[in-house]
Design a protein around this ligand. Structure first.
Ligand code: PLP
Length: 384
């Protein structure tokens, strides 16, 4: 490989981020302090939700959301097969059953028409995923969830800063979760958040993140008591104050970073528009995409080699392409535990053969974007 790999995603940390963390590290309060509240309030205000609870990862946020929604043994949660494994594993850990549905071919978002047939008396929730950063069809899914009395949960790990019908992602579902892993829009190193308008959900999650303890240490200090109870067991999913200080500092840059992501996506759109070998996913221009990922589809009918070879050639040329995701029904754990099989979801499985995620991140230079475009077009035209 020549030169440094251009990764598919990357965090950006500047001096202001470092000094915010440094300040907290020198303070008396490393965890469960004011920075956690401040970060939660900033995100809740931005996404138009009444409550936000910060936790130690996006996966922890999913676990908390499923607990809040009351998912238990044999409860079913409908979700797209083309998503990250944590969506299914957190349901499985609660004894529930992830019920997979296929995605739409043009934008790889959950196929709304496939949801209704999968609703049974055991269905408790619908989990949607704003794949790549594009909000799914919330209006239709909300209608369905309301009609059947189901909890609507949004995995918005890709879509912080996106909006649908003018409403920000975070205000569109009963519970919405975010991840602050370094490849996401903003980072806390590891971290996540659940946002909701329902106080009962927020209170349940606050307890669950802290072992189920009914009175947190700040309240105990205020009331000068040591006593507390645990009515339902929880986990330690707390996030530290220095992580939240980083989150607050990063969050201030989110609007400009979203603009940069959209700018890069626009350049890719234009560059690949006329190519017979590569096409971009469909984007609904009525909504605001957050472009966590820029996913392209290879036209394999007109190419002489398969995706694995193209992937290798791009990696060797310094382009850090990736693939999101292997459909869940192809995972051994899902096949063993729930009898899913290869062939169950033809649209997602075909997409899996064809898709690549190209590099996109706010600090990506124009010259890197151009290098990705030129390298893709050159490799694809040389193998047809
Ligand atoms: C769609 C989706 N859901 C859940 C997660 C889990 O987030 P985390 O890595 O912060 O646990 C991720 C992160 O990769 C994700 O992309």
């Amino acid at each position: 490989m020549t030169g440094k790999l251009i990764p598919y995603g990357r965090h950006f940390i500047d001096d202001s981020d470092i000094s915010s963390v440094d300040e907290v590290l020198r303070s008396d309060w490393l965890t469960t302090g004011d920075k956690v509240d401040e970060f939660e309030t900033a995100v809740a205000n931005y996404v138009g939700a009444s409550h936000a609870v910060a936790v130690s990862s996006g996966t922890a946020a999913l676990h908390c959301a499923f607990v809040a929604a009351g998912i238990g043994v044999d409860d079913e949660v409908i979700m797209p097969t083309l998503t990250f494994v944590a969506d299914a594993s957190m349901v499985a850990f609660l004894g529930g059953r992830p019920i997979l549905v296929d995605v739409r071919r043009d934008d790889l978002l959950i196929d709304v028409d496939a949801i209704e047939d999968m609703i049974t008396p055991r269905t408790k929730a619908i989990l949607v995923v704003d794949y790549a950063g594009q909000p799914c069809d919330y209006a239709s899914i909300r209608q369905l969830s309301d009609r059947y009395g189901l909890c609507l949960i949004a995995d918005a790990c890709h879509s912080l800063g996106a909006s649908y019908g003018g409403a920000p992602v975070g205000s569109l579902a009963d519970l919405t979760i975010f991840s602050f892993h370094p490849v996401k829009h903003i980072t806390t190193g590891e971290g996540g958040m659940v946002v909701t308008d329902k106080i009962e959900f927020a209170e349940k999650i606050r307890k669950f993140r802290n072992h189920g303890i009914t009175v947190d240490h700040q309240l105990r200090a205020q009331t000068a008591t040591w006593t507390y109870d645990v009515e339902e067991f929880g986990c330690n999913y707390r996030i530290t104050d220095f992580q939240c200080a980083l989150g607050i500092s990063q969050f201030a840059k989110l609007p400009s970073w979203l603009l940069r992501r959209r700018e890069i996506a626009h350049r890719y759109d234009l560059a690949f528009k006329e190519s017979p070998y590569i096409s971009s996913l469909f984007v609904n221009n009525q909504l605001k995409h957050a472009y966590h990922l820029y996913v392209v589809r290879l036209n394999l009918d007109d190419l002489q080699i398969d995706k694995a070879e193209i992937f290798k050639k791009l990696r060797n040329a310094g382009i850090g392409v990736n693939v999101h995701y292997k459909p869940l029904n192809l995972m051994t754990a899902m096949q063993r535990k729930y009898a899913y099989m290869s062939g169950d979801f033809p649209v997602a499985e075909k997409a899996y053969d064809e898709i690549l995620s190209l590099p996109i991140y706010p600090a990506m230079r124009d010259s890197d974007v151009q290098k990705v475009i030129d390298t893709c077009l050159h490799i694809l035209s040389s193998v047809n």
